[in-house]
Design a protein around this ligand. Structure first.
Ligand code: UTP
Length: 226
């Protein structure tokens, strides 16, 4: 059966300090193989290191409005989105998505989206896109293998989670969007995902063999929130 996959690509995978070209090459090869099987993709790109560098610079220049700092981050996500769009050539829709609430009828195999508006992260954009295109699952890729009950770098008794309900997951991530906080999934996105009855798979994007297992419904490493 042909499928539409919605994948949120954490910015740390695209640009952890400089652009990870080998990672992008391998990701492209994996996606091209999937497209040959008839599958389609919506890819949402995070801001990564450029988002943080530009936000820090703007803040050092005296900007204190949270919304304006978020806008700087959004432009970084859109710049990454252009890189990902262009690396797929004609297979990608020629325009990146900026508003995840408007449906475009794309004929291409890939649609690429960046950030939308202040006060959220690209996790939220991914949830909105899944809803509008009727996908039941969002694959959220970053640099962690699993979500833990607490921050595993700080707490020795933190436990790895394989499956969790939205109710319990939201107790871990809280309710409020806090730009500085490093959470496995944006709380506002979690709220919306719960409301829309979505499943979110949180996995390590670096492990492309694992991503292949997720796409082919085989056993994989990652936290399933539903
Ligand atoms: P993300 O936080 O989504 O990127 O967007 P990321 O690099 O993948 O984040 P990590 O790796 O999960 O930490 C970068 C910044 O852009 C702004 C926010 O400031 C966010 O922190 N942003 C992004 C928005 O304000 N609105 C959006 O819709 C998307």
């Amino acid at each position: 059966m042909k499928k539409l996959f919605v994948i949120s690509l954490g910015g740390s995978l695209i640009n952890p300090g400089e652009i990870d070209v080998p990672f992008l090459k391998n990701l492209r090869a994996l996606i091209l193989a999937q497209i040959k099987k008839g599958n389609k993709f919506i890819l949402i790109t995070g801001g990564g290191s450029p988002a943080r560098i530009y936000i820090r610079a703007l803040s050092a220049l005296g900007e204190s409005s949270a919304a304006n700092l978020d806008w700087m981050g959004i432009y970084a996500t859109r710049f990454n989105a252009q890189l990902v769009r262009l690396m797929f050539g004609k297979l990608a829709h020629p325009v990146i998505i900026e508003d995840p609430n408007k449906r475009v009828n794309f004929k291409e195999k890939i649609l690429v989206a960046g950030g939308w508006m202040p006060g959220r992260s690209t996790d939220d954009d991914a949830v909105r896109l899944a809803k509008i295109y009727g996908a039941k699952t969002v694959i959220n890729l970053s640099n962690i293998d699993y979500v833990y009950t607490k921050d595993p770098r700080k707490f020795k008794d933190a436990k790895m989670i394989k499956e969790i309900s939205w109710k319990n997951f939201r107790k871990i991530v809280g309710n409020k969007w806090d730009p500085g906080k490093n959470l496995p999934f944006d709380p506002t996105a979690a709220k919306l995902a719960e409301k829309n009855k979505l499943t979110v798979i949180i996995a390590n994007g670096k492990n492309l063999f694992n991503l292949k297992s997720i796409l082919s419904e085989k056993k994989f490493k990652g936290t399933v929130v539903s």
